[in-house]
Design a protein around this ligand. Structure first.
Ligand SMILES: Cc1cc2nc3c(=O)[nH]c(=O)nc-3n(C[C@H](O)[C@H](O)[C@H](O)COP(=O)(O)OP(=O)(O)OC[C@H]3O[C@@H](n4cnc5c(N)ncnc54)[C@H](O)[C@@H]3O)c2cc1C
Length: 416
């Protein structure tokens, strides 16, 4: 191996990890090694997962083998990561030890239903975790057999990834049950500890999204913190009292993956990083996506610090920034770019329409956000995004990249 060759290990082949590995491979010659590690051989595109729950996609349409989504020359290792040894610069998997010069951590979140008393037991009955594909498939069967009663979508704790998802799901279910002629017999409620939907996007966007839900007859139960679930009585115990359900769709509490905690990276919950460079306090170690903690300079309410939301759109563009910087450093170039916190996320509203929540999240005194009202064209744009994400065609991806970087995510980076 040439003396100046470098090894970059990317942990996790989800949104952030895939983009990082592919961008690095594109920018670096073959003397440098890019290793991507994930315990699963399949990548699941969760931004399409709610369509599976309502029968608009089959599960096969939202997943693909990781090896079919990586550029030639990315070494994909399918194995469980067991230890990150920061002092020794080694990643230990169940089968081998791998040495790195640069490490990118994009391991997402672990779901922790066991932290809500009774929730795990309820998930064996008529409560479903819609944050895993397995849970979504079970929820799909339950939704197909559901014809009347209380349907509750519950956010168990903050923060959770994709703050759009519970609200979007309620709107998709409104459309799903309306089309089946069952809507008048079903009460849809979203119960959450939040004050308004999508708190990071601020009160204006939150009120618009809440308004969309109210127009669809969805009750938004804000500031409801779950204490326990009693599945014998089909009852949720909130700090504000109890509520009965016939069907419960749950976002379980999130925590950092165990290997991150054991490596001493979580402080105390997620991995703190510089907002522009995504560097951790450890040399040549970066953390992006859901497992990272990015403190925002602005605030919506004085004295209430904000963290960047967890979402695929953030992981994707953070990955592009760090890959460019790592590659430039390895190639001896002084050019650096900085992440600007620019992001945009579709909000499906049912009946073939979607809105778009856009924002610059690093502005002061508040993030600078806007919500584009639901339209057919935005729904079709989301479908194009879905096709881009799981596409193997370099030409199609190139065209879509041009479109996304010049319209949806323009200015996601600036020269550092
Ligand atoms: C229902 C739903 C809908 C969503 N909709 C949207 C949306 O519309 N738009 C959007 O932007 N985001 C959406 N999200 C959120 C989005 O999926 C995540 O924010 C995004 O995937 C985060 O990327 P990541 O790289 O940080 O982590 P992930 O994509 O979660 O990837 C982490 C990877 O690490 C692997 N891993 C973890 N631990 C280990 C280990 N010990 N060893 C080996 N491998 C390991 C996992 O297998 C996984 O592949 C949605 C999420 C859900 C659940």
């Amino acid at each position: 191996m040439p003396a100046n060759s470098r090894t970059i290990i990317v942990l996790g082949a989800g949104v952030g990890g895939l983009v990082t590995a592919n961008e690095l491979r594109k920018r670096l010659s073959k003397e440098h090694t890019v290793i991507l590690i994930d315990k699963s051989e399949e990548h699941i595109s969760y931004s399409s997962a709610l369509w599976v729950a309502i029968g608009e996609r089959g599960q096969e349409e939202i997943k693909k083998d990781v090896s079919r989504l990586t550029r030639e020359g990315v070494d994909f290792v399918q194995d469980e990561i067991q230890k990150i040894d920061l002092a020794g610069k080694i990643v230990k998997t169940s089968k081998r030890d791998l040495r790195y010069d640069y490490l990118v951590i994009s391991l997402g979140v672990s779901l922790a239903p066991e932290t809500v008393p009774g929730l795990t037991e309820a998930m064996n009955k008529n409560a479903f975790n819609f944050y895993t594909l397995d849970g979504i498939l079970k929820a799909k069967d339950a939704l197909n057999n559901f014809s009347k009663g209380n349907l509750i979508i519950m956010v168990s704790a903050l923060p959770y990834k994709c703050p759009v998802a519970p609200n979007e799901f309620s709107l998709l279910l409104n459309s799903f049950f309306t089309k089946r002629g069952l809507r008048k017999d079903i009460n849809i409620k979203v119960c959450t500890p939040e004050v308004l939907p999508m708190g990071g996007n601020g009160p204006k966007t939150g009120s618009i999204v809440k308004g969309l839900m109210e127009s669809a007859g969805v009750e938004y139960k804000s500031q409801h913190a779950v204490q326990a679930v009693n599945s014998d009585k089909n009852e949720i115990v909130f700090d504000k009292g109890t509520m009965n359900y016939d069907l419960l769709l749950v976002i379980p509490p999130h925590k950092a993956p165990k290997v991150i905690v054991e490596a001493g990276l979580a402080e105390p919950d997620w991995v703190p990083v510089d907002k522009n460079t995504l560097k951790t306090k450890f040399d040549n170690v970066y953390a992006i996506g859901d497992n990272a903690k990015v403190k925002l300079p602005g605030e919506w309410k004085q004295g209430m610090p904000l963290m960047l939301s967890k979402g695929g759109v953030f992981a994707h563009y953070e990955a592009k920034v760090i890959a460019e910087n790592i590659a430039n450093e390895i190639l001896g170039s002084k050019e650096r770019v900085e992440y600007t916190g620019r992001a945009a996320c579709f909000v499906e509203t049912g009946f073939g329409k979607a809105g778009l929540a856009q924002g610059y999240f690093f502005t002061t005194p508040t993030p600078n956000t806007v919500f584009l009202k639901p339209s057919r064209i935005l729904h079709l744009s989301k479908i194009m995004f879905e096709k881009y994400w799981l596409s193997e065609s370099a030409l199609f991806r190139g065209i879509m990249n041009f479109f996304m970087e010049n319209w949806m995510y323009g200015e996601y980076k600036r020269r550092g």
